[in-house]
Design a protein around this ligand. Structure first.
Ligand SMILES: [Zn+2]
Length: 215
């Protein structure tokens, strides 16, 4: 069985953590477009150099170029037996550009808007290692596989400092959730019959178990 999995869901649903868990249990790579972009730039390929110029200018990489980068990545040997892509395609234009392959599963981790807001509002990021955790009482850290009960300014085990990213303010979170509802829901509808919805409320292990059941 080849698993070509798209993992979708609103910000704060824990899809990054679940992608890692699936990657380990299925022995296939977990990919995200943001990481692929950073890797491409770091590798200094022609495409990477082009992206570097575009991003430094403050512009966005085109959906066609991003899809081309993904296509090349999926041709590598470790992806021959399948892959998990976290949070892509995000809108219908990206969906159209992703026309060179057909996923076998689209898994949507459902989390109500209030829960996303609660989790992300308490989310802290380590300045040094980029790990995520959460402030006390919210248990968001467990949803992200990170640490709970920390405060901004505390030190991460790596020695870095926990802080709240600008895009984790309530206004920024609400805006991202609206974009998800307006732009990503139509993509999910396009995939129709291969879409499986999973309840994202609960511990990392509980959600991982639900995902396993729909595969
Ligand atoms: Zn750290």
């Amino acid at each position: 069985m080849i698993y070509k999995i798209l993992l979708m869901g609103p910000q704060g649903c824990g899809k990054g953590t679940q992608a890692e868990i699936l990657s380990q249990s299925l022995h296939i790579p977990a990919l995200s477009m943001g990481q692929l972009l950073r890797d491409e730039i770091a590798a200094g390929t022609d495409l990477g150099k082009k992206f570097d110029v575009i991003l430094k200018r403050g512009d966005l990489v085109s959906d066609q170029d991003a899809a081309m980068m993904l296509k090349r990545r999926l041709e590598k040997s470790d992806a021959k037996r399948g892959y998990i892509i976290d949070g892509y395609p995000r809108n219908l234009s990206q969906w159209k550009a992703f026309d060179f392959d057909t996923p076998t599963h689209v898994i949507v981790i459902d989390v109500p808007r209030e829960e996303s807001l609660k989790r992300l509002g308490g989310r802290l990021t380590c300045r040094a290692c980029n790990k995520v955790g959460s402030t006390s009482g919210l248990k968001a850290g467990s949803a992200f596989g990170g640490k709970d009960g920390i405060r901004a300014g505390d030190l991460c085990p790596c020695g870095g400092q926990w802080y709240q990213r600008d895009d984790d303010t309530p206004e920024a979170i609400t805006r991202r959730l609206e974009i998800y509802e307006n732009d990503t829901q139509p993509v999910i509808e396009k995939y129709g019959g291969i879409v499986k919805r999973v309840d994202g409320i609960g511990s990392v292990a509980e959600v991982a178990d639900r995902i396993k059941k729909v595969l």
